[in-house]
Design a protein around this ligand. Structure first.
Ligand SMILES: C[S@@+](CC[C@H](N)C(=O)[O-])C[C@H]1O[C@@H](n2cnc3c(N)ncnc32)[C@H](O)[C@@H]1O
Length: 184
């Protein structure tokens, strides 16, 4: 049986976030977290377990099954009305904004990288408005295409910008993660 099934996670993606957390020590009780591109929900499941007495807002184009202690928003994150809904539910500032958003891949690596890069930049710009000074921003990226642009934008917004590829991310995939901290 797959480990994710045994552990009760809806997707193997959970292990990538767990590795990110082990390395960067991000999640603890009381945090306010926005999970963008959350379906089927394994990242939200993980934070729902480790973040007691916090607030978790999970956003996706797709419907998700209920996850305890989370507020779900269904819609396209790139739309102003969805970003406004997130702000309304947040009603303050977030400690962590994390995005695992990815477009349906075309198989053409450069196109996939650029399109997913646009989603990453959108969520980075959004996080600038709603993240606490010492907040964390985590996002999936694909190496190639717009990688340099993303790192440049990250460095404009945050003091610390790191790139990390978890062991649980397939070696043959261009996927990696950008981890930013401390707003400028
Ligand atoms: C790799 S999956 C996320 C897996 C998730 N982190 C988990 O652990 O279960 C990527 C998700 O991004 C979502 N997505 C892509 N574009 C989006 C957009 N513009 N707005 C909201 N969600 C989006 C997709 O619907 C898909 O569910």
């Amino acid at each position: 049986m797959r480990q994710s099934k045994i552990d009760g996670y809806r997707a193997r993606s959970a292990y990538k976030l767990i590795e990110i957390d082990e390395k960067f020590k991000i999640f603890k009780g009381g945090l306010t977290i926005i999970d963008i591109g959350a379906a089927p929900g394994s990242w939200s499941q993980y934070v729902s377990k480790v973040v007691k007495n916090g607030k978790i807002i999970s956003v996706d184009l797709k419907e998700m099954e209920i996850i305890p202690n989370t507020i779900q928003i269904k819609g396209d994150f790139t739309l102003n009305e969805i970003q406004q809904q997130i702000k309304d539910k947040l009603n303050g500032y977030a400690d962590v904004v994390m995005s695992d958003m990815a477009v349906n891949t075309t198989g053409i690596k450069n196109i996939d990288s650029i399109q997913t890069g646009e989603l990453c930049k959108d969520s980075m710009n959004f996080s600038k408005e709603i993240i606490k000074k010492q907040g964390f921003f985590i996002s999936k990226i694909f190496m190639g295409g717009s990688f340099n642009e993303i790192i440049e934008l990250g460095k404009k917004i945050f003091k610390d910008v790191k790139v990390f590829k978890p062991k649980s991310s397939r070696k043959d995939s261009k996927e990696s993660f950008v981890i930013c901290k401390n707003l400028r």
